[in-house]
Write a protein that binds this ligand. Structure first.
Ligand SMILES: *Cc1c(COP(=O)(O)O)cnc(C)c1O
Length: 468
């Protein structure tokens, strides 16, 4: 057995992994990467078809990001934000504020003006949650018990607060006793909508679909009921445009604007979890901007450093910030922080990544790649085990079913998604499924030829594993 495999098998516990399955085989051990390509210890090459779980933007081993990190490393790697300011963190905060407020005047109350740094998506959401909780108590009175509303299938991270906001039974049930209660409301999963029979598998889907926005009505009903009970929701928490871990579920045009207007109208703060959708992944820099939705909290992580280092940010308004101001002895301070908050290396990578993101060549490349992905995914409709193909920007989810006519799902125990991804790996394409949904999320540097290989591997894998 290779030494690296022996060490891994002896000591490393992998996330979201049945370790008994893991220990039965030799894992792919990644040793280097270049652009959209990953290389393993045996010299094999793979395409990184999910951007290393949704984190990588511009490709691996990028000369600009590498140079920015080396420059920063020549100065200092880390000093604490608890007690001290630092150069790259201040610069990154300013850039994030600029990006989050396109065309918004400096005095607008909706302006996202303040940035709280943390380490990953879960902590960015914990920060938003705690701030929204405490802000609500300070504005509505200390007797208030702030309540939260989030979407069916929501995923906001794995720490206890973030899990409480989520609604994926498989991940969340076991920890029920640890969690606080939040309400959930129907999300617009059109392919399995109980109110109409949308037919995404047909080209004339939009015409045959009879949608009366029942899912929007559910949000209205929930918010109205909470208000009637005398305790309106403190916050509505959502992933804008596309829910990721729920199974790459896109929201129909207009849904986000409608539900956020309703929630806000009933007094809720808006918490946008853009951990997956941020930084151009869905088209606009932030997905909320596509529907002109300005949240009160914006959580960012994964792509913030271009996929290089763990760093996250929670943006919020001056109004929220001001509620935590006071004399020292009033103890209105936000008592929260992490050892690596505002880390210089992460911030330097973030600044370099944002610079790349803004380049006109990179904007054009993303548009070209998005079209190429759409074109390549079309062929999948001919497979009888493909029920739905969903794409928003550079995120795609392909839902596998027993038969596209009946839309009957595979039982989770059949591991259909996992087996298809294993067959893709044998073809040199790496990605992970979410249940029966196979994810394609190429880094922005992916060439059209590489996208073709990703979709081609998926096509062949479905044929090989499921029979068509
Ligand atoms: C990945 C993800 C998170 C959690 O981020 P981590 O960095 O894994 O803690 C939260 N929200 C969304 C939408 C995500 O995709």
């Amino acid at each position: 057995m290779h030494k690296l495999v022996r060490l891994d098998h002896a000591h490393v516990w992998h996330p979201f992994t049945q370790m008994r399955d893991w220990l039965r085989r030799e894992p792919i051990v990644i040793t280097s990467g270049q652009g959209a390509v990953l290389r393993d210890m045996r010299g094999r090459e793979y395409l990184d078809a999910n951007s290393s779980i949704w984190t990588n933007l511009h490709g691996h081993n990028h000369p600009k990001l590498n140079a920015a990190l080396k420059r920063q490393l020549g100065k200092i790697a880390h000093s604490s934000a608890l007690g001290f300011a630092n150069e790259p963190a201040s610069g990154l905060a300013a850039e994030l504020v600029k990006l989050a407020n396109p065309k918004r005047s400096a005095s607008s109350p909706r302006r996202l003006q303040k940035v709280f740094f943390s380490d990953d998506g879960s902590t960015a959401m914990e920060v938003a949650l705690k701030l929204a909780y405490e802000f609500t108590r300070r504005t509505r009175g200390p007797k208030t018990k702030p309540r939260f509303l989030s979407l069916a299938g929501a995923y906001h991270g794995d720490t206890v607060g973030a899990v409480s906001l989520g609604h994926i039974d498989l991940f969340h049930k076991a920890y029920g006793g640890l969690l606080f209660k939040t309400d959930q409301v129907m999300s617009p999963y059109c392919y399995r909508c109980p109110f109409n029979r949308a037919k995404p598998e047909r080209a004339d889907a939009r015409k045959t679909r009879k949608c009366n926005w029942e899912c929007v009505g559910k949000v209205e009903a929930k918010c109205a009921a909470a208000r009637k009970q005398g305790n309106p929701y403190a916050a509505f928490v959502f992933e804008p445009l596309m829910q990721g871990a729920a199974g790459m579920i896109p929201q129909p045009e207009g849904w986000l604007k409608r539900v956020t207007d309703i929630a806000r109208g009933h007094g809720a703060l808006l918490v946008a979890d853009e951990v997956m959708t941020g930084f151009g992944r869905t088209g606009s820099v932030f997905a909320s901007q596509t529907e002109s939705v300005q949240p009160d909290f914006l959580a960012l992580a994964k792509g913030l450093t271009g996929g290089y280092l763990p760093m996250a940010a929670t943006l919020t308004t001056q109004r929220v910030f001001d509620a935590f101001l006071g004399e020292y002895e009033e103890f209105k301070t936000f008592f929260h922080g992490h050892s690596y908050t505002g880390n210089q290396l992460g911030a330097a990578a973030g600044l370099a990544s944002l610079e790349l993101l803004a380049r006109s060549t990179s904007v054009a490349a993303r548009a070209t790649l998005e079209k190429a992905l759409r074109r390549e995914l079309k062929s999948l409709w001919s497979l009888s085990n493909v029920g739905d193909v969903r794409q928003v920007g550079l995120v795609a989810g392909v839902e596998l079913v027993r038969d596209w006519r009946t839309r009957e799902p595979f039982a989770l125990a059949e591991r259909a998604g996992i087996r298809v991804c294993e067959a893709m790996a044998r073809r040199g394409v790496l990605t992970r499924p979410i249940g029966n949904v196979v994810v394609l999320m190429p880094p922005y540097c992916t060439t059209t030829a590489q996208v073709k290989r990703m979709a081609g591997a998926l096509y062949e894998a479905v044929e090989e594993v499921l029979g068509g």
